[in-house]
Ligand binder design. Structure first.
Ligand code: GLT
Ligand code: MN
Ligand code: MN
Ligand code: MN
Length: 387
């Protein structure tokens, strides 16, 4: 019942299953996986898509012949194993040239190189059929606040996204952008740190209609925020173009843990939100296996992400059909509906007069108990499997 299928639209990055377990204190613990092998394995496990940075597939210094051969073999594997590329992106953080940022570097040559690299990577993404292009500004930030004018940095970011939007339109590509916020790491402060900042920035672009967000669970938790609320705001604004699912233990370094391995309650409500709102985009896992794992552990990790999503989805179905929970919800949402209709029709002079004339009894209204203790306990018992 929880076994993933392609209809679930689960995807992984080449960099996620291909993560070799290095961290700032220790090197690789797993060997390299060939991209075509990851395509095969993920497909067998029930995944639908595989995402990539340009350099996850084509090495930074590959010749154009090497590039063409690698891309040809990869396309063949996608074809052989019935996998799609839902999203592509640019590595603008690994090479030392980007140590002070890419689109927001103070060096105009670095900014121009970042544009060149991104245009080539967009061409690659389009060649692989990706309809979504992600921008994670890993190094777009500062360590020393003395180093950059923060207003200028936002303008530079806007210039780059506007330029690349025109590039997409000019080439007639069917591609939308998804901007991914993160508050810090690897820089000590990153520009456009949260979903809210990113949404406000998008509204200032030349082509806001082609740009949305790619929120990541761990990144919002790092900022101490409620991920469900941020995603709901993006969904409601029609801006949830993509999502990075993983998990995180509190506001620490970015842990990219297996989806649903820690914040069970909040992530249950996330899946419920996505399913209730009929989100149709990819369910992408941007996470990796524990450093303790060998290759088998990587596939255990990938299967775990997908199964847990499906368990939450089934729990959401039960929540929505549980008679006691639904009766409680109906009860807490009831009240004097004649008052709601006073302003639900919008502003009018008549509504103003009517609302001003009502003789409210706040002391009486304040006596009400909302029964959220009971509702929450029923939710917990449902999640714990005793209901
Ligand atoms: C990197 C980062 C992720 C981004 C990826 C896309 S790369 O792993 O930590 O959050 O989504 O650039
Ligand atoms: Mn991510
Ligand atoms: Mn992360
Ligand atoms: Mn990450």
């Amino acid at each position: 019942q929880y076994t993933p299928t392609k209809a679930d639209k689960f995807s992984f990055g080449l960099w996620t299953v291909g993560n070799r377990g290095s961290d700032p204190f220790g090197g690789f613990v797993r060997s390299e996986l060939q991209p075509t092998y990851s395509v095969k394995k993920l497909s067998e496990l029930g995944a639908w898509g595989i995402n990539l940075h340009d350099n996850d597939l084509v090495p930074f210094d590959a010749t154009s012949q090497e590039r063409d051969r690698i891309v040809r073999d990869f396309k063949q594997a996608l074809n052989d194993y019935g996998m799609v590329v839902p999203e592509a992106t640019t590595d603008l953080f690994r090479h030392p040239v980007f140590k002070d940022g890419a689109f927001t570097s103070v060096d105009p040559s670095v900014r121009a190189f970042a544009l060149q690299k991104t245009m080539r990577a967009i061409d690659l993404g389009v060649e692989l059929g990706a309809p979504i292009y992600v921008f994670w500004g890993g190094r777009e930030g500062v360590d020393s606040e003395a180093s950059k004018n923060p207003v200028e940095s936002i303008k530079r970011m806007r210039e780059a996204i506007n330029f690349l939007s025109e590039y997409v339109l000019d080439n007639g590509y069917n591609l939308r952008f998804a901007l991914e916020p993160k508050p810090n790491e690897p820089r000590s402060d990153t520009y456009l740190p949260t979903i809210g900042h990113m949404m406000a920035f998008i509204a200032t672009l030349d082509h806001p209609e082609m740009v949305g967000v790619n929120p990541e669970v761990a990144h919002e938790y790092m900022a101490g925020l409620n991920f469900v609320h941020g995603v709901a705001q993006a969904l409601e604004a029609g801006k949830l173009f993509h999502i990075d699912l993983n998990d995180q233990k509190g506001p620490r370094f970015d842990q990219d843990l297996r989806f649903g391995s820690e914040n069970i309650k909040n992530l249950f409500f996330l899946v419920k939100l996505l399913e209730d709102q009929k989100y149709t985009g990819p369910r992408h896992f941007d996470a990796h296996a524990y450093r303790t794992e060998d290759e088998q552990g990587v596939w255990d990790f990938a299967t775990g992400c997908m199964r847990t999503y499906n368990v939450f989805k089934e729990k959401a179905r039960r929540f929505n059909t549980d008679p006691e929970i639904q009766a409680l919800l109906q009860e807490v949402n009831s009240g004097d509906s004649s008052h709601a209709s006073l302003f639900s029709g919008g502003y009018s002079k008549a509504a103003v007069e009517q609302i001003k004339a009502i003789d409210f009894h706040p002391e009486t209204l304040a006596l009400r108990g909302y029964k959220y203790e009971k509702l929450d306990q029923l939710t917990i018992e449902l999640l714990l499997g005793v209901r």
